[in-house]
Design a protein around this ligand. Sequence first.
Ligand code: COA
Length: 168
Amino acid sequence: MNPLDFRIIPFDSNIDRDTFDSSIEPLNDYIKKYAKNNHLKGIGKTFLLIDSSKNLAGYYTVSMAEILYDTLPEESRKKLPRYPIPAMRIGRLAVDKKYHGIGLGGRLLVDALNRAIHLFDEIGIYTVIVDAKNESAIKFYEHYGFTKFYDRSNSLFLPIQAILKALK
Ligand SMILES: CC(C)(COP(=O)(O)OP(=O)(O)OC[C@H]1O[C@@H](n2cnc3c(N)ncnc32)[C@H](O)[C@@H]1OP(=O)(O)O)[C@@H](O)C(=O)NCCC(=O)NCCS
């Protein structure tokens, strides 16, 4: 399947979510049971990746977050205030296992990072943080330059300056 046949749209409850299977149960559950309510309430915005027949191929969910100065690695603390630092969180990102390995996870991630650039321009954020569900997901994010926090092994971050350098 050609990755160009896919597009990313804001959450739409007309897109069928029942058969979505990323192979990670909490991520399957989230899109089926919780994404709609959280999207509508502003708790977490979900964006859907759909193919040309409007089948759900993947999704990600973003929200605002804060990180604590003390959780950053030593070298990242320079020239930062000691109060909580604004961030965008990619809480969930998943591709249906039928479509793994053809560039769609990367495409979802870049789309989310472009949203972070808009936030940086409009409101101001210092970094993007991600919650990885397992070791393989950690490796996926590290592949894109994310670094682990000092004290939280499954959370990683990528400063907005690095994102701007890569995407703007
Ligand atoms: C992790 C996941 C999103 C990757 O999606 P994908 O569509 O298979 O990945 P892509 O084909 O877009 O890969 C993009 C790049 O990341 C690399 N990559 C993908 N998965 C990787 C992994 N687990 N470890 C290291 N690198 C990885 C690819 O080699 C590729 O590199 P390249 O651009 O240099 O060729 C997908 O496997 C998935 O949904 N897994 C289950 C849910 C999950 O773990 N989500 C993430 C945490 S919430």
